[in-house]
Design a protein around this ligand. Structure first.
Ligand code: G6P
Ligand code: MG
Length: 219
C-alpha cells in the first residue's frame, strides 16, 4: 500500500527548471558549447558539478579546466540562478500542486523532498511551502546523484517508509530512472514522449490528484 510521496522540486513543484536552464545555457554559450534540447533534458536532475561535467563533455572540453576553475564556473552559474530564485513567490507554485499537497495531508500521506539542489530549502521558503516539507534529503549526504536511486531511497527512509510504499514525482528522465531503480512507483511530470520510462505521466499538474493516480495504478 502506498503511504508516502517523494517529491522532486525543480520542475515538479515550480518552474525553477526554467531558471537552471537559463543559467546553464548562458554558461554553455560562454564556454562555446552548443546548446540543444537533448542537453537541456539531460541536465535535468543532475547535481551542480555533474551538470557542468556534462556540458563540458558535450563540447569535448572535459580536460580544459582545472578543478578550481570548474568550481568557479559552477559558482558563477549558481549566482545567476540565485538571482532568478529571488523573484519567486507562492504564485509560482505549479497549478494544482498546493491543492494536491493539502489532499495528501488530509489523507494522512507522508511526504518528503528528493531534490539534488542545495538551493531547495531556499526555493521552498520562497514558495512558502517549508511547513509542508519537514523532511528534505540533504544532497550533501549523497554518494551518488540521480539517476542513482540513493536519493529516493533516503527520501523514503526519512519518512519511515520502504521504497515500495512510495510514489516518486519527477520531471527528469534521470529522476524517473532513479525512482524506478529504487522500486518506487514513478510519476512523471511533463511530456510522455520524454518520460517514457515512467509508470504514469501527467502533462498538466492540475490533473495530479489521488483519484487520477489511483486510476492509473489499476491500469
Ligand atoms: C536539481 C535540478 C538540476 C540542478 C540540481 C542541482 O536536480 O533539476 O537542474 O542542477 O538540482 O541544483 P543546485 O541548486 O544545487 O545547483
Ligand atoms: Mg526536477
Amino acid at each position: 500500500d502506498i503511504k508516502g510521496f517523494v517529491f522532486d522540486l525543480d520542475g515538479v513543484i515550480t518552474d525553477t527548471a526554467q531558471f537552471h536552464t537559463k543559467a546553464w545555457s548562458k554558461l554553455a554559450d560562454q564556454l562555446g558549447v552548443q546548446w540543444s534540447t537533448e542537453l537541456q533534458n539531460g541536465l535535468k536532475g543532475l547535481s551542480r558539478m555533474d551538470s557542468l561535467e556534462l556540458i563540458l563533455k558535450t563540447g569535448n572540453k572535459e580536460n580544459d579546466y582545472s578543478q578550481a576553475e570548474k568550481e568557479k564556473l559552477a559558482t558563477q552559474k549558481n549566482n545567476l540562478y540565485l538571482q532568478f530564485v529571488q523573484t519567486i513567490t507562492p504564485a509560482d507554485i505549479f497549478p494544482g500542486i498546493k491543492e494536491f499537497l493539502d489532499e495528501l495531508n488530509q489523507h494522512g500521506y507522508l511526504m518528503s523532498i528528493a531534490s539534488a539542489s542545495k538551493n531547495a530549502p531556499t526555493v521552498l521558503d520562497k514558495l512558502e511551502l517549508t511547513d509542508y516539507f519537514e523532511h528534505v534529503v540533504d544532497p550533501k549526504t549523497l554518494k551518488r546523484g540521480k539517476p542513482d536511486p540513493e536519493i529516493f531511497i533516503k527520501a523514503a527512509e526519512i519518512i519511515g517508509l520502504k521504497p515500495e510504499q512510495c510514489i516518486g514525482l519527477e520531471d527528469a528522465t534521470a529522476g524517473i530512472a532513479g525512482i524506478n531503480a529504487a522500486n518506487e512507483v514513478s510519476l512523471g511530470v511533463g511530456s510522455p514522449d520524454v518520460l517514457t520510462e515512467a509508470d504514469m505521466v501527467f502533462e498538466d499538474t492540475n490533473k495530479i490528484t489521488l483519484a487520477n493516480i489511483e486510476a492509473n495504478m489499476n491500469k
